[in-house]
Design a protein around this ligand. Structure first.
Ligand code: ADP
Length: 193
């Protein structure tokens, strides 16, 4: 099984790039943000707790996302591996992921890091707010907090994965297809193409 991490700030294009990757390489997409939004929409206890944090641009507790993730790893039948999107987001989540995969005799294959400027993030999220109506895209204060959270808590992971020799940086500015081309080039290598 291959375990790819799609990494990058909010608005980097992770969800957009996940779609063609899943289709072409037979990976299973796990977006922790999408799983949380599904819980919120279903009105579960977990969803209620998550909404209060997400709508302010804060992270939810590690245990919450990790429980959801483990359940998804158990549904591995028929895929070549997983594409993790939105996880890990902190150094402790990265350590937990290594442990979870280790228990399965597996490890992270590679990190696909999509890079964009803060300016691009703001304009993409403002556009998405109109198109998708996500509460956490709704105002600049929440968006700024998400970007701040990313820089403080998530960005340190770059060093972690660089040290592990698994880190690939991919420019995510320009046309969607252009970015896909760059991402595919990296992923193809891991499939021996
Ligand atoms: P984006 O990449 O645009 O920030 P996501 O859909 O990945 O959006 O996540 C939306 C929100 O869900 C995050 O801002 C955070 O509150 C919560 N979330 C998602 N994944 C995690 C995670 N791994 N740990 C903690 N919170 C998470």
């Amino acid at each position: 099984m291959k375990y790819f991490i799609l990494f990058g700030p909010p608005g980097a294009g992770k969800g957009t790039q996940a779609a063609p990757l899943v289709k072409s390489f037979g990976l299973k997409h796990i977006s922790t943000g999408e799983l949380l939004r599904a819980e919120i929409a279903a009105g579960t206890e977990r969803g209620l707790q998550a909404a209060a944090l997400i709508d302010k641009g804060n992270l939810v507790p590690d245990s919450m996302v990790e429980e959801m993730l483990c359940a998804k790893f158990d549904e591995a039948a028929g895929c070549t591996g997983f594409l993790l999107d939105g996880f890990p987001r902190t150094e402790s989540q990265a350590a937990d992921l290594d442990r979870m995969l280790g228990e399965r005799g597996e490890s992270v294959t590679a990190v696909l890091s999509l890079t964009v400027s803060d300016e691009t993030i703001h304009s993409r999220l403002a556009r998405r707010a109109v198109l998708e109506g996500r509460a956490d895209d709704a105002n600049d204060e929440i968006i700024s907090n998400r970007i701040k959270t990313y820089h403080e808590k998530t960005e340190p992971l770059i060093k972690y994965y660089k040290a592990a020799g698994k880190y690939h940086e991919i420019l995510s500015e320009g046309a969607v297809e252009e970015v896909s081309g760059r991402v595919f080039k990296v992923v193809e290598k891991y499939f021996g193409k």
